[in-house]
Design a protein around this ligand. Structure first.
Ligand code: ADP
Length: 438
């Protein structure tokens, strides 16, 4: 008998006796009615017996075949999603399997193609042949021309015999697995970095060598020559200032690179920042005989930006314009007319009527240390980093630099920045155009 039945029967008897005592019916009817009611309540409250557990699926056979199917299909699913190309090459040398990344990257890939026809780089062919022969793992770097030169690294190893991929690979023989990585961008970055270090040390070494040379001269031949001493000290002063500017620009560049991935959040009037940093160069322009005209309404559109960095952008552009335009020329700053090429952006232009820049140089002007004329830049105190700094600051701000120039007529540099939410009252109180000239 189940455990719950004993107390239920006891309850039924007890309630029947109680009802028989209180109800105005015969004791037998009361006994039966009380017993039935108690029985119903007891059944409702009684713990229900559990259904028998569902039959477990029969265990899968754990033989080698099933394990292999499982592991090879999950391994296959995994390598199908790999972003880098992966090949499996059968003993015959034919490609037995290529993942989707390999299919995208290798235009010569055909079913059953021989690996040596697929990638013809001698280093690659040699490495795969050697692993097929001795089973050792190796890694090899090679270049390939796909429109332009690209650099790859391939890791070649032996695949376990039972991990078969594709019909070519069914033979119970060793197969080779090749993982290829496109190292072009990494290599380009390494190259840029080492070029940069070489250029920076060359730029520093030249004035340093000159200063050391003059020190020696002053210690020897010019020891007692006051006129020579004055002349050499002036040159040393100029060279030391050049080194200082270079170190300052290098420091700025590295600081900007550190924050390049962080979007600025403060809202400023771009016109006001540009006008303010141009105003600081009025004395320099006057000294050079250049007329600097600032035609910017300080209210204007707001942009999200780092105030100091945006000020540096305009300081570099106006400094260049004044420097390269030369005496009796004019440099103007004004708000750019809205452009379809730069929707939702506000532009400020720095234009000069100086010598201009030949067209072929325009795309390279923002490269570090790139100058149209090295000696002219040096004579004018240039470091070759001004426009590279502008480019990095604008990258951080998701801005653009547009350069237009006509040799003999002048250059136009326009800075475009995404518009912010409104105009900045703190900076944009004045409504009259701010005109200044030197
Ligand atoms: P630099 O310190 O040499 O001025 P930048 O990066 O600022 O370096 O500028 C790169 C080169 O672009 C300059 O060397 C110069 O040849 C050219 N350039 C920049 N601005 C002007 C301009 N307004 N007019 C003519 N050439 C310019």
């Amino acid at each position: 008998m189940p455990k719950w039945r004993t107390p239920v029967l006891a309850l039924a008897v007890a309630s029947a006796m109680a009802l028989a005592a209180v109800l105005p019916v015969g004791p037998l009817v009361a006994f039966v009615a009380g017993g039935l009611g108690a029985l119903l309540v007891a059944v409702a409250l009684a713990p229900r017996p559990r259904p028998p557990p569902a039959a477990e699926p029969p265990p899968l056979p754990r033989g080698d075949a099933v394990e292999r199917v499982r592991s090879s299909s999950s391994a296959r699913a995994l390598i199908e999603t790999l972003p880098s190309p992966l090949l499996i090459i059968a003993r015959t040398g034919r490609v037995a399997y290529a993942n989707p990344a390999a299919q995208r990257a290798l235009p010569r890939l055909q079913p059953g193609v021989h690996f040596a026809n697929l990638i013809r780089a001698p280093a690659f062919v040699e490495a795969v042949g050697a692993t097929l022969a001795d089973g050792d793992e190796r890694s090899v770097q090679f270049a390939a021309h796909q429109g332009r030169e690209r650099f790859f690294e391939a890791r070649v190893g032996l695949l376990p015999i039972d991990a078969a991929f594709g019909p070519e690979a069914q033979a119970p023989e060793a197969q080779v697995i090749v993982q290829i990585e496109d190292r072009t961008e990494a290599r380009r970055a390494e190259q840029l970095r080492s070029d940069f270090i070489a250029n920076a040390s060359h730029e520093l070494r030249t004035p340093l060598a000159s200063i050391i040379g003059y020190i020696e001269t002053l210690q020897n031949h010019a020891k007692n020559d006051p006129a020579a001493r004055e002349k050499f000290l002036a040159i040393m002063d100029r060279e030391a200032a050049r080194m200082q500017r270079l170190v300052d620009d290098l420091m700025s560049l590295s600081r900007i690179e550190l924050t390049e991935h962080v979007r600025p959040v403060e809202e400023w009037s771009l016109n006001a920042i540009a006008a303010e940093s141009a105003s600081a160069l009025v004395p320099l322009a006057r000294q050079q005989g250049v007329t600097l005209v600032i035609e910017l309404e300080p209210s204007g559109a707001t942009v999200l930006g780092d105030r100091d960095q945006l000020a540096q952008v305009f300081s570099n552009l106006v400094d260049n314009a004044v420097k390269y335009a030369g005496p009796e020329r004019t440099v103007r700053l004004f708000a750019a007319a809205p452009s379809k090429a730069h929707p939702s952006r506000h532009g400020v232009t720095v234009a000069d009527d100086g010598p201009g820049i030949p067209r072929e140089h325009l795309p390279r002007l923002t490269e570090r240390f790139y100058r149209v004329n090295v000696s002219s830049s040096r004579n004018k105190g240039g470091t070759g980093l001004g426009l590279a700094i502008v480019k990095h600051i604008l990258n951080r701000h998701e801005g653009r630099l547009e350069i237009a120039s006509t040799p003999g007529k002048g250059s136009v540099f326009t800075v475009w920045l995404p518009r912010g939410g409104g105009s900045d009252p703190a900076l944009g109180a004045a409504t009259e155009p701010d005109r200044q000239s030197a």
